[in-house]
Design a protein around this ligand. Structure first.
Ligand code: ADP
Ligand code: MG
Length: 259
C-alpha cells in the first residue's frame, strides 16, 4: 500500500503587494500515514482548502513542501483524486461524461467502462447518467464529483467538504460508503469538514487547525474500531474534546441560568 503524505513547514501567502497579502498557511507540519482517513477541521477561511490544494498540486507553496511517498508534489497527478467543495462539473457534459472525463483524457475509458457505471451506482446516481448538472440538486452534483474523483482509482483521495450539500440522512449513508470505499480500495483519504461528528465517525486522525493563518492546533488520534456508534461514550468524549479546542463546547459546568 502507498499514499503517505508528508507536509513540512508549509506556508502559503496570497497576493503580490504588501497591502493585499493574505497568509493562508503558516508553517503547517503533519504526517498522514498511508491508508489512513484524516479529517481537517477548523474555522471557516482558515486555510483548509488551500492546504488540500497544495497536496493536490493545484497551488504552489510559498515555503515548505508536500511529499507523497517521498516524492515532492509540484503538479496535479492521477495518483491524487480531488472532490471539490463546489462540484466543479462541466455544465455542457452529462453526469456520465463528467464522471468519465478524466479516464477519456487518459485514454483508458474503454478498459474502465464498467467501473464508471459501478461508481455511478455507488453514489446513487443510477438513472441520472444522461442528466446534466443543472438538472440535478447540489447534493447530487457533489456525489457526481465524488464518483469522478473515485473512478480514477487514486491512491490519495482529497475531499473538500464532499458531503456538505447533502441532507442529514443521505450524508450518514455516504459516510458509510466512504468507509467502505476506503476499505475496499485501501486508499488514503484527506477530508475537509465542518462537522465534528462526521470527523469522529470517519477518521483515524483529526487535524484541528487554528484560525487564519492556519497552523496545526492539535492532531487527535481516534482510537475506536469500526463500525462506530455516534452514541458511544468514547465517541462523545472525542466530540467534546474537539469542540473545546474550537471553543464551541459551551459552558455546561458553569450554569448561569436555568429553565
Ligand atoms: N486564490 C486566492 N487568492 C487570494 N486569497 C485567497 C485565495 N485562495 C484563498 N485565499 C484566502 O486564503 C484564506 C484561506 O482560504 P481557504 O483555504 O479557502 O479557507 P477554508 O477552506 O479553511 O475556508 C482566506 O482568507 C481566503 O480568502
Ligand atoms: Mg474551504
Amino acid at each position: 500500500m502507498s499514499g503517505k503524505i508528508q507536509i513540512e513547514n508549509l506556508s502559503k501567502v496570497f497576493g503580490e503587494n504588501e497591502s493585499e497579502k493574505v497568509v493562508a498557511l503558516d508553517g503547517v507540519t503533519a504526517e498522514i500515514p498511508e491508508g489512513s482517513f484524516v479529517s481537517l477541521i477548523g474555522p471557516s477561511g482558515c486555510g483548509k482548502t488551500t492546504l488540500l490544494r497544495c497536496i493536490a498540486g493545484l497551488e504552489t507553496p510559498t515555503d515548505g513542501t508536500v511529499t507523497v511517498d517521498g516524492e515532492k508534489v509540484t503538479k496535479p497527478g492521477s495518483d491524487r483524486g480531488f472532490a471539490f467543495q463546489q462540484a466543479n462539473l462541466f455544465p455542457w457534459l452529462s453526469i456520465k461524461d463528467n464522471i468519465s472525463f478524466g479516464l477519456r483524457a487518459r485514454g483508458i475509458y474503454r478498459q474502465r467502462k464498467d467501473d464508471v457505471q459501478k461508481f455511478i451506482n455507488l453514489v446513487g446516481l443510477k438513472g441520472f447518467e444522461k442528466s446534466f448538472p443543472h438538472q440535478l440538486s447540489g447534493g447530487m452534483n457533489q456525489r457526481a464529483s465524488l464518483a469522478r474523483a473515485l473512478v480514477g482509482h487514486p491512491k490519495i483521495l482529497l475531499l473538500d467538504e464532499p458531503l456538505g450539500a447533502l441532507d442529514a440522512f443521505t450524508r450518514m449513508t455516504m459516510q458509510d460508503e466512504l468507509l467502505r470505499i476506503r476499505h475496499e480500495n485501501s486508499m488514503t483519504m484527506v477530508m475537509v469538514t465542518h462537522d465534528v461528528d462526521e470527523a469522529v465517525y470517519l477518521s483515524d486522525y483529526i487535524i484541528v487547525m487554528t484560525p487564519r493563518p492556519a497552523k496545526v492546533e492539535k492532531i487527535i488520534k481516534i482510537e475506536m474500531s469500526h463500525p462506530r456508534a455516534r452514541s458511544q461514550d468514547v465517541f462523545l468524549q472525542y466530540r467534546t474534546e474537539i469542540l473545546k479546542i474550537l471553543n464551541y463546547a459551551g459552558k455546561i459546568n458553569e450554569v448561569e441560568y436555568s429553565i
